[in-house]
Design a protein around this ligand. Structure first.
Ligand code: ADE
Length: 231
């Protein structure tokens, strides 16, 4: 997969060189290109924002640098299939595990990180005439910009690419994989500070272990996230 990020804070993406995602980059499973939006400005102050038309608080990201940055992205795939553009915004559709799965199957993703009050609305409108566009929100809260949201989304997507996780079986039983929260997990020792590992997990009885885990996952989901259960 080729991943590109367009941002006014390229340094935010340095942590992607660490840990499992860093290894996926080293192994060549993923290529990462971070572009500085300010490189597509032409004034002395490298301006990327301006006051909102119609008035109001805050600043809006100007369309011209975004247009030139996206032109640069498209210039590298002449005639080929265009990338999918992901715009991180609190006004986007919710980013869920299903969306991560869908995006993990694509060859080329470009993350556009907005700041301030957002990006001029003509940018996604124009981009949609050239490439698929997804406007995605990390959750129902407002961050200072799209960078942290893009980091989280990239991690959720890249770990689903075959070969990135050492043990792909761990993807099957984790929270959200089957629409439920994950059951509680334990390791040794069997007794710790007066708290015991549930008997059934030490029984060696695979059928009973599976049934216990399923019941725990359902009970936990009903308690913490009833919205995930079918109505
Ligand atoms: N930018 C600011 N807040 C955000 C959010 N919740 N999700 C995605 N991008 C954002």
């Amino acid at each position: 997969m080729k991943l590109e990020v367009i941002t006014i804070f390229p340094d935010y993406f340095a942590p992607l060189r660490l840990s499992l995602i860093g290894k996926a980059l080293d192994d060549g499973l993923v290529r990462l290109l971070v572009r500085d939006l300010r490189d597509f400005t032409h004034d002395r102050h490298r301006t990327t924002d301006d006051t909102p038309c119609g008035g109001g608080a805050g600043m809006v990201m100007k369309p011209e640098p975004w247009g030139e940055a996206l032109d640069a992205v498209l210039a590298e795939v002449p005639g080929g299939p265009p990338p999918t553009l992901v715009l991180t915004t609190p006004a986007g559709e919710p980013f869920r595990q299903r969306v991560a799965e869908e995006l993990s199957r694509l060859d080329h993703l470009v993350f556009a990180c907005g700041r301030y009050e957002g990006i001029d609305a003509r940018v996604p409108a124009w981009a949609a005439t050239r490439m698929p566009v997804r406007e995605l929100s990390l959750g129902d809260y407002v961050l200072n910009g799209g960078e942290v949201a893009a980091l989280a989304m990239i991690e959720a997507i890249v770990r689903l690419i075959p070969g990135v996780l050492g043990n792909p079986a761990s993807l099957v039983e984790e929270s959200h994989a089957d629409g439920l929260l994950e059951y509680p997990v334990y390791t040794k020792p069997p007794s710790w500070r007066g708290l015991d590992v549930p008997e059934v997990l030490l029984s060696g009885h695979h059928g009973q272990v599976a049934a216990w885990r399923r019941a725990q996952a359902e009970a936990l989901t009903a308690r913490r996230r009833p919205d995930l259960l079918p109505g």
